[in-house]
Design a protein around this ligand. Structure first.
Ligand code: CAA
Length: 246
């Protein structure tokens, strides 16, 4: 296989860490971003103890100038970004009639505007190189909606609209653009859902359990492989059967 330069946004989080590790295990050079330097250094040290050497750069994906500087730092450290995983995301769950403008904007800026902010500085390099892999980490709740998540569901549905447009524009440049839509995976984000609500959600999953971060990372590895060159514009649901729309 060809070793590539990969940027995974939000790599310090639950699913992000699994994606970073899986791409590194496949032989790629992997970078991620951070906003909290102390937390990032602790994460990097813990990964190093497990044998992973990740490049970490400062960057806030919700801010265009910060995202641009983040990409430039990765390019300076490792070379042009060939694999981009737009994974960074947040929740601000509340029913819409209680939602503040800030709760709406924070989620849209971090989950959706980040796709513009981070992809825009890497796309020209991928087009020039005639090779690229872009994966959006969306959500089951962008596909089916969720009580208490009008902001999050809108941002996650928007990510796939971004995917299918970019896929069309860049197909002839050897760039594939796909979405992965995870269901409820055991991460801090899902642990933050109140226990009783979480138990009700888990009971709706046909496979009978929440997902593991590695089960999402496996799909990302599949989509960014050299052999996946004819898969573009897809939205891969990985949710234990929780939502089977097509
Ligand atoms: N369907 C119908 N009614 C529901 C409901 C649902 N799914 N969920 C809650 N309700 C009802 C409650 O039964 C309650 O009804 P009563 O008032 O009649 O008792 C009412 O809604 C509560 O509404 P409130 O406006 O008072 O809401 P709240 O302040 O109690 O909080 C909530 C509501 C924030 C939505 C809370 O239920 C919650 O956190 N839900 C989980 C949301 C969720 O799934 N988030 C996913 C986070 S993980 C993630 O996002 C990762 C991923 O991609 C999957």
């Amino acid at each position: 296989m060809t070793a590539r330069v990969a940027l995974v946004t939000g790599g310090i989080g639950g699913i992000g860490t699994a994606i970073c590790r899986s791409l590194a295990q496949a032989g790629h050079k992997v970078a991620t971003n951070y906003r909290d330097a102390a937390k990032a250094e602790a994460w990097k040290a813990a990964q190093k103890a497990d044998g992973f050497d990740f490049t970490i750069v400062p960057g806030d994906v919700s801010d265009a100038a910060s995202a641009q500087a983040m990409v430039e730092a990765v390019v300076a450290a490792l070379g042009p970004v060939e694999i981009l995983v737009n994974n960074a995301g947040i929740t601000r769950d509340t029913t819409f009639h209680k939602m503040t403008a800030l709760q709406w904007q924070e989620v849209i800026n971090t989950n959706l505007n980040s796709c513009f902010n981070v992809t825009r500085p890497v796309i020209d390099g991928m087009r020039a190189a005639k090779w690229g892999r872009i994966v959006q980490i969306s959500s089951i709740n962008g596909q089916k909606g969720q009580y208490g998540q009008a902001n999050y569901a809108a941002s996650k549905a928007g990510m796939h609209g971004f995917t299918i447009s970019l896929a069309q524009e860049n197909a002839k440049f050897g760039i594939t653009v796909n979405t992965v839509s995870p269901g409820y995976v055991l991460t801090e984000m899902v642990r933050a859902v109140p226990e009783d609500v979480r138990a009700k959600i888990a009971a709706q999953i046909p496979v009978g359990r929440l997902g593991e971060p590695d089960e999402i990372a496996y799909a990302v590895g599949f989509l960014v492989a050299e052999q996946a060159s004819w898969i573009t514009g897809a939205n891969l649901s990985i949710n234990g059967g929780h939502y089977m729309g097509w």
